[in-house]
Write a protein that binds this ligand. Sequence first.
Ligand code: ZN
Length: 656
Amino acid sequence: MINRWNQSEADKLGDDLLALRVYTSQLQGKEEDLVLHGGGNTSVKITETNVFGDEEEILYVKGSGWDLATIKKQGFAPVKMERLLAMAKLQELSDMDMVKYQRTAMTDPGAPNPSVEAILHAIIPYRFVDHTHADAVVTISNTPDGESHIRQIYGKHMLIVPYVMPGFILAKEIYEMTKDLDWSTIEGMVLLNHGIFTFHEDPKISYDNMIRNVTLAEDFIQAKGVKTLPVEKAGAVNTLKLAALRQGLSQMNQTPVLARLNPSGQSVAFSNLMGCRQITDRGPLTPDHIIRTKRTPLFLQDDIEVEINAYASAYEKYFNAHNPGDLTQLIPTPQWAIWPGLGSISFGTSVSNMMIIEDITNHTMKAIHQSEQLGGWKALPQKDLFEMEYWSLEQAKLKKAGKAKDMQSKVAIVTGGASGIGKACVEMLIQEGAVVTALDINPSIKNQFGTASVLGIQCDVTSDTQLNDAIHQTVTHFGGIDMLVLNAGIFPKSMTIKDMDTNTWAKCLDINLTSQQRLMQLTIPYLELGIDPAIVIVGSKNVPAPGPGASAYSVAKAGLTQLARVAAMELGPKGIRINTVHPNAVYDTAIWTEEVLQARAKHYGLTVEEYKTNNVLKKEVTSVDVAKLVVTMLGSVFGRTTGAQVPIDGGNERII
Ligand code: ZN
């Protein structure tokens, strides 16, 4: 493991102890083999003078909800040492009381809740304390001879602590173990099945000790000739099976779930391991992962429905076996799956949760594979894992999420997503919690939205190959398709039927009609496996009220509208809704170049400005206005409506 200490960076911080604490916390947080997503915690003890002129020793400890990789000064909770040390002497303290008394011992009520390990940090008689869940340490510890290997590696310079539940019980255990200990004889502690602590007066030495001791564990693994997971190529993915899996899990979860096929070749190798199912059935890498990953993954082999149900009943059995009587069972949906030959799949009710699960399981697979070579993967007993999974303080971490948005974790495809109405639809859908595949011929689509909620794909909608590829990417990336917005279109320059050239006619029909029909057709099997699936067609006012010079465009949009009417009847029995919007005079779109705008205005004998608000309400219609209607039509407000055509044109006398 690389020691990332940079003396000149550290020198800039002078003797600002909290700044140094932030610095080495981030160094550890950025090392994925040490901590992942909120794991681990660090602290510094600082003597301060309060407003009454009294000196107080304050423990600045990582606040819950903060991540070591990105923590700042305000991420540390200041807690009075005197109170924490008094708490360590108590015989018993419930979790809730611990949280309450820690909070009342803070000198800043606006700071975050202190880490559940605050009392333990207070007991350790050194200024700087570092704690991580280093992969190498838990990899060795989670084997039958784990403890003796750990003792062999560390000799007497580390205190070895058998697994106990984190929080007050762990602090108490260590308080008792170290009562008569000469702390100067050790430079840290290894918590079996959990992680590692180092400490020192000097932040650099505490950090150095962390890196060096974790490296000792890594060296041990290497010396045993343990191999890392190779990179293997995935077989052909049955995307319909993946969509069916996502549908099943969403139904069980009673809210849409996203699913992502792990793109790493190492996950493929893991899925191909002999006895993979039995190995992964033993438990997670560290107990704190269980709230994210559950105890075991789903193993996909044959019938999805049977397998999901078997997972759920095994989970129920596990719950009933360990429930002390007063707990409510969590929804028994798996959080990740192994798909032999194809790798792992991560689930989540948001993209960020899903990506966290992918990160955690990547480390889990690597560690399990190494532990197998060190004598066999051996996770904690179910009882200990259950206690952690149903620990009120851990569950509280998950509850912060707040109320789910209307379209939370629903998956949409939007064509023509780079500009105008399409872009506005993409933005509004992600605002409502959906994830979106945005297709556009414009290559800027790939990085345009700058969020993991959007998969931007450059795509020529007239190419079947490219459409198929876009669908494949959508399903492997998000797990399925629930919504389709057929928006891509071109508006050729004004031309009478007499002057129409064959190419303009053919191209206009190809892009505005045929390619949209093809995408609809290719998407239907996935929509059938979608969650409240719906299609919205972006038509045009030209359908009910055409004008001269726009025959190709009007015919294409009229054809698309007719397609929607037939589709409403064909797809209705399968629960798929399809509705059409007919926008008019939306000028902030790619179609409306200045040239087209002027030509149309001139045709009606108006200025461009008059032309823009030339409707009954005298109001300009923008892309965002149309997107609002499109997203509403995709949602529950239109849950009982299909085959409808709704104008959005500020009121048009010819249509009214
Ligand atoms: Zn820990």
